[in-house]
Write a protein that binds this ligand. Structure first.
Ligand code: EPZ
Length: 420
């Protein structure tokens, strides 16, 4: 296993380039299974999760070439219909092949993804949506066994207890692209990654409208074309670097990002006193002024994203005053709090709300990463903590951030990767 060793107290400066969005890349790679046409995807980040999804579609029959962030996929024939446990256990987003396989070959056998550190992560809404389109789905021996004679367009309601579902919206959209007739997903998730998947499907010759709103219409089409498509930048990676500038009280330029996708994050940074210049495809963040406490209410897009909650908890732990963070999407997404407290943070968890009393400084410590965004939060804390911080099990972080320590080092951080 590998770890990061960080020497805190270094200011950051310079520029960082943002990679393509993990949460666009994964469903779009799965959606490429829909047709036997040639698919070229650009701006694909080189992440563990992307390589796992590539391994899965190759298992199913795709020919794949991946280099320099360009992914060439050609699935002339689906050879297998199963997503095996040893792949799904590494990456729950494997369930995106369900919709694509049902649409392409009318059957799929996908290992049931377990929960993960941040919550039970059920997929009942995915199943409900696919059943509404005419799929017969049975859960047996830890597998989702799905088949259909023909997928038929329908009005699909996949609202869950936490509101809309990004994954279920995308899975149904992929399956409906080739269904007979019209499908309406309402309420649909409107995250930028949902829009990106819809735009990819339209570039492939399908017919989706309403993406970005809570009502998406898909008119089933059988013909498709070869496609070349460039995915959107990763708004969570960009937000993470913006938080890095704020926590180290530094000024940096974040390039190749989409400021419009970060509105709630940048607004929250400005609320605590960070200065932000929003360009066309870049942001300049000045974390240099005195910062003050705030309250964060996590919600679905365009609200403050759950994937930025941990990073802001680290930031607010050294901002004077009392801040609160309310996590409304996942049941167990405060794992970073326990590790931050070991660095001297003053955080109290009350159900779905964390109360943070800012302290003057954090002290370096040996930390254990638990999940992707919590790992990023611990690195941010290490950047500003006094002395040495060691973050173990950073494979969690490598799932969603490409060359994270290299990018931070180029900005002036003292961080290195080594074996535990
Ligand atoms: C996607 O997860 C992202 N993952 C998550 O990012 C992100 O946090 C989440 O959307 C919310 O924005 C990918 O895109 C690969 P949901 P997803 O379905 O699709 C419940 C990261 O760090 N729910 O919108 O799983 C669910 O448990 C990851 O990059 C059901 O109850 O999220 C959650 O409480 C973490 N039944 C809520 O809905 C279902 O069938 C929202 O989940 C599906 C979801």
């Amino acid at each position: 296993m590998q770890q990061f060793v960080i020497e805190g107290g270094k200011k950051l400066s310079g520029e960082v380039k943002i990679a393509g969005a993990k949460n666009s890349a994964l469903p779009i790679i799965a959606a490429s299974l829909l047709t036997d046409k040639k698919v070229v995807l650009e701006n694909i980040p080189d992440l563990i999760d992307v390589r796992t999804m590539i391994e899965l579609i190759q298992h199913l029959g795709a020919d794949v070439i991946f280099n320099h962030h360009v992914l060439k996929i050609h699935t002339s024939k689906i050879k297998k219909i199963d997503a095996p446990y040893d792949i799904v256990r590494k990456m729950r987003a494997s369930y995106y092949v369900l919709g694509a396989l049902l649409a392409r070959v009318k059957k799929a056998k996908v290992s049931l993804p377990g929960g993960c550190a941040i919550g039970p992560r059920p997929i009942d809404l995915h199943i409900k949506g696919l059943r509404t389109l005419g799929a017969s789905i049975e859960i047996k021996d830890g597998f989702i066994n799905a088949h259909t004679r023909k997928l038929l367009g329908h009005e699909v309601n996949i609202e869950g207890p936490k509101g809309t579902s990004v994954g279920a919206t995308i899975n149904v959209m992929i399956a409906a692209a080739q269904a007979k007739g019209e499908t309406i997903i309402s309420p649909a998730a409107c995250e930028p990654e949902v829009i990106d998947v819809a735009n990819f499907l339209n570039a492939t010759g399908f017919d989706i409208t309403g993406q970005g709103t809570h009502r998406i219409t898909i008119k089933g089409k059988s013909s498709a074309t070869d496609v070349k498509y460039s995915i959107i930048p990763d708004r969570i990676e960009a937000g993470t670097f913006a938080a890095a500038a704020a926590i180290t009280r530094s000024s940096i330029t974040i390039q190749d990002c989409c400021p419009d996708h970060l509105t709630s994050i940048l607004d929250k940074l400005e609320e605590i006193g960070v200065m932000v210049e929003r360009g066309e495809d870049n942001i300049v963040v000045h974390g240099t002024r005195r910062l003050h406490a705030t309250n964060i209410f996590v919600t679905t897009y365009p609200g403050f994203p759950t994937d930025m909650q941990a990073q802001f908890m680290a930031l607010l732990s050294i901002v004077p005053g009392t801040s609160t963070v309310k996590e409304t999407i996942f049941e167990n997404r405060f794992m970073q709090a326990l590790e931050l407290m070991r660095m001297g943070a003053d955080i109290t968890i009350e159900g779905d709300t964390a109360v943070i009393n800012g302290v003057n400084k954090l002290s370096g410590a040996y930390l254990m990463a638990s999940d992707l965004r919590a790992s990023a939060a611990l690195v941010l804390a290490g950047l500003v903590a006094k002395g040495k911080t060691v973050v173990r099990r950073i494979y969690h972080l490598d799932r969603g951030y490409e060359k994270f320590e290299t990018k931070l080092r180029r900005l002036g951080a003292k961080i290195k990767r080594q074996s535990e």
